[in-house]
Ligand binder design. Structure first.
Ligand SMILES: [Zn+2]
Length: 427
């Protein structure tokens, strides 16, 4: 994979046509499943239990025939069958490095020529000549080392700062005229605040021009502050440790994150494992197709999102993941659609008159019923107009209609209560 020095894209893969990508990824899926089946005992058992032969998996759509493996499954399997839970798919002496995620989960890696996160950093503008502090941990987890290597793939110089040590980081940024930051948005804000406390004018005294984030959502207001007040270009990526990598990344358009072609990413109904279409909200399920050491197929991340297929003005052609809107535990399915707490918050909390709310899902006969309970800041508000507004906003954001808006007395919804309550009984 040659670096297109000075070009707009990191490599040719980013601009494959839809047809080329389908052919490429289907080939990779066949390879990955076949390799896992013949080399990783737990993958073989999983296929056998599902009554599926590797030859039955010819394309991404066929992955639906296989069950989803979740973090809890992986922890259990690794306990009973240490250290890799039967998912090691190469001879142990060929494992290049081992990462440890909370659980613990041991992840073997053999990367060969894979440039793991390089496309993501390249799209964020990191190049030769940049001096970058990498504030992710270099211990145990893959973050620090993999991001470090990706920065090098883009030609940048990396300062191996790791996590914490706010004052040292600030001093380093100043002394080395650091141009790039890699870490979480909140840590960058902490560093800027600290620099200001120390009497610096951040914009004048520091050279930080770009930042790359993962591990925590970048809120629009923080992005605005960093870009407008401090002239730092920001880009974010979605990464998950267990399948080992950055799954999706922002381009200069910053509207959705392009799928990385080193993985097959499905958005599925987390109850049935069935694949969902563009715009539908479901769990992100990942199959790495580049790490021959790790025979894991269909890893369920527990994160909920959706994707779009519209062409992106940047010229990259892969589908785009929209933001992570919650965890599978925060979602309930109402009349076939997942409703996620954060979406309802987005719909309701922008309305000035509302002080507190709760969504209660119940079952009326054979139909799901969704009630929106609302406490008002004051009684001095037109309830009909507010009901109409709430209905419209929830429908627009969640794509499910509210059956009833109930105005309840202040204090009726206790503060410690979840905002999304599922009262349905399935017996
Ligand atoms: Zn794009």
């Amino acid at each position: 994979m040659a670096l297109k020095s000075g070009g707009q894209f990191y490599d040719e893969q980013e601009t494959m046509t839809v047809e080329e990508r389908r052919t490429y990824l289907n080939g990779k899926v066949r390879e990955a499943v076949d390799h896992a089946y013949h080399n990783a005992p737990s993958a073989r058992e999983m296929l056998d239990r599902a009554g599926v032969q590797p030859a039955d998996i010819q394309a991404i759509e066929d992955l639906e025939k296989l069950p989803i493996t979740r973090k809890t499954d992986l922890i259990e399997l690794q306990k009973t069958n240490p250290p890799y839970g039967g998912f090691l798919a190469i001879p142990p002496e060929d494992v290049e490095r081992i990462f440890i995620s909370p659980g613990p989960i041991y992840e073997p890696l053999h990367s060969d020529s894979i440039e793991w996160f390089a496309r993501s950093f390249y799209a964020a503008g990191f190049r030769k000549g940049d001096i970058v502090i990498n504030t992710f941990t270099y211990h145990l987890s893959p973050a620090g080392v993999l991001f470090h290597e990706a920065l090098r793939d883009c030609g940048a110089t990396v300062v191996v700062t790791g996590t914490g040590n706010t004052d040292i980081q600030v001093q380093t940024m100043l002394d080395l005229k650091v141009t790039g930051f890699v870490g979480t948005p909140s840590f960058l804000l902490t560093l800027i605040r600290r620099a200001e406390e120390m009497g610096h004018d951040f914009r004048r005294d520091f050279a930080v021009a770009r930042a790359w984030f993962t591990g925590e959502p970048l809120s629009p207001s923080v992005r605005k502050t960093l870009e407008e007040d401090y002239a730092i270009n920001t880009c974010q990526a979605y990464a998950v440790t267990e399948p080992g990598g950055a799954l999706a990344y922002e381009c200069p358009e910053k509207s959705g994150m392009h799928f990385m072609d080193d993985y097959v990413i499905e958005i599925v109904d987390h109850d049935t494992g069935k694949q969902l279409g563009p715009g539908e909200i479901g769990e992100i399920v990942v199959t790495p197709v580049h790490n021959g050491a790790w025979g894991i197929i269909r890893f369920g991340t527990g994160d909920m999102s959706s994707y779009i297929t519209e062409p992106c003005p940047c010229g990259r052609t892969s589908n785009r993941l929209l933001g992570i809107i919650g965890r599978t535990g925060d979602a309930v399915k109402v009349r076939g659609m997942f409703v996620v707490t954060r979406q309802v918050e987005e719909a309701v909390l922008g309305i000035e008159a509302v002080s507190r709310f709760q969504v209660v899902v119940s079952r009326e006969g054979q139909r799901d019923d969704m009630a929106l309970r609302v406490e008002l800041k004051s009684e001095d508000v037109g309830r009909d107009a507010l009901t109409a507004e709430l209905n419209e906003r929830v429908q627009n954001v969640c794509r499910v209609r509210v059956d009833r808006v109930e105005f309840v007395a202040p204090g009726s919804i206790p503060e410690d209560q979840p905002r999304l309550v599922d009262q349905r009984k399935w017996d």
